[in-house]
Design a protein around this ligand. Structure first.
Ligand code: IDP
Ligand code: MG
Length: 134
């Protein structure tokens, strides 16, 4: 175990649902510190670049439209085992498969509109933090 940093995004549906504070309380209660944050409107090219790994997936255009549909809250979370811990707090991508009490189980409306993003590994965390805060 070590102190890590991970990139979190509260997606446009999370901002629209007015649950930024609720989500951030869950992070902080679990021991994650919010060490940087900015609210922003992603451009089409911001969203396409961020999700480039998914560019060949059938849902890519929908995903970019969703991610640019309103403001997002982009944050760096820091703490012990932050990457996996954040993934656990978020829950599975599909809210129907997300464990009870996770953000996605409690608030997501579909596999696409699932409220939060979190980096999935050390390398992606580094790249994603650089993408928004570099
Ligand atoms: P993750 O956000 O749990 O890491 P990824 O597989 O990396 O999930 O997918 C990135 C994002 O793309 C998801 O959070 C979700 O918004 C969207 N997405 C993933 N799979 C689907 C799908 O099958 N249909 C529609 N949107 C999807
Ligand atoms: Mg992912």
């Amino acid at each position: 175990m070590s102190i890590e940093r991970t990139l979190s995004i509260i997606k446009p549906d999370g901002v629209r649902k007015k649950i930024i504070d609720e989500i951030n309380k869950r992070f902080e209660d679990a021991g994650l510190a919010i060490v940087n944050a900015k609210m922003m409107q992603l451009s089409k090219s911001d969203a396409e670049g961020f999700y480039a790994i998914h560019k060949d997936r059938s849902f890519f255009n929908d995903l970019v439209a969703y991610m640019t549909s309103g403001l997002v809250m982009v944050q760096i979370l820091e703490g012990e085992n932050a990457i996996q811990l954040n993934r656990r707090i978020m829950g599975a991508t599909n809210p129907e498969e997300a464990a009870d009490g996770t953000i996605r189980s409690d608030f997501a409306s579909s596999i696409e509109e699932n409220v939060v993003h979190g980096s999935d590994g050390l390398e992606t965390a580094k790249t994603e933090i650089e993408y928004f805060f570099g």
